[in-house]
Write a new protein. Sequence first.
Length: 251
Amino acid sequence: MWPVRISLVTYNLWNTQRWPERRPALEQFLERFCPDVLCTQELRPETLSCMDETLLRYERVHDDLPGWTVESNIHWNSDLMRQLDHGAEDVGILEEHRRLFWVRLELVDEQRTLWIGTAHYTYQRHPREQETGRSPRVEQTRRTVQALQSLVRENEPAFFMGDLNDPVHPMAILHEAGYQSCFAALGLIPPPTHPCMPTANIGPGQRVTNQTIDWLVANRYARPIAAQVPRTYYGDIAPSDHWPILAVYEV
């Protein structure tokens, strides 16, 4: 059985802020990088339509649960993979439609499966966190680990990615559970992923924190080959106020 290499991207699409001004930049990114698997957060019907029109050889999850069209979805290259099943798990994220969204894919002609999951954890300035001073992302990560332990099959390569809104705690908890970031596995320092300037449109005097809050992790059945944070522009505007993470793995 020969190893297969796949590319994966996680991207927070920034709701519909500065849309459709950003559309050409997103289209250019998708056409240039065309990852085998694309997980998105802050998805909206407008951006979903853009991706459907640009990623012509791709399939995605179709489900009546609103979160699949107003929060996250997963696209994959249908020449390489096909869907076996999918789901959306409640891991305690405070925003209404957010879940741990996942899909199980089978490699075409390989009879091997991959588990792919994505989530958007609660924002650092959520009123509950400001009131209590306690991060809800710690419990959200622990519940994500429980879901991974339940959903991922024995010896199955598994990937989890998304906007985790935290540079520290989720990575520590996931690492302890056997899921290592693509950067850590390669001995790389993870670059900041937010905010993307000047697209984020942050004016003088506004509070800004440069952080790595978008992450891509995998279990030991996937071997990372490369990882980066592509910083692409169309003219002077980027596709989002976040930078994406792109990683290549061998499974």
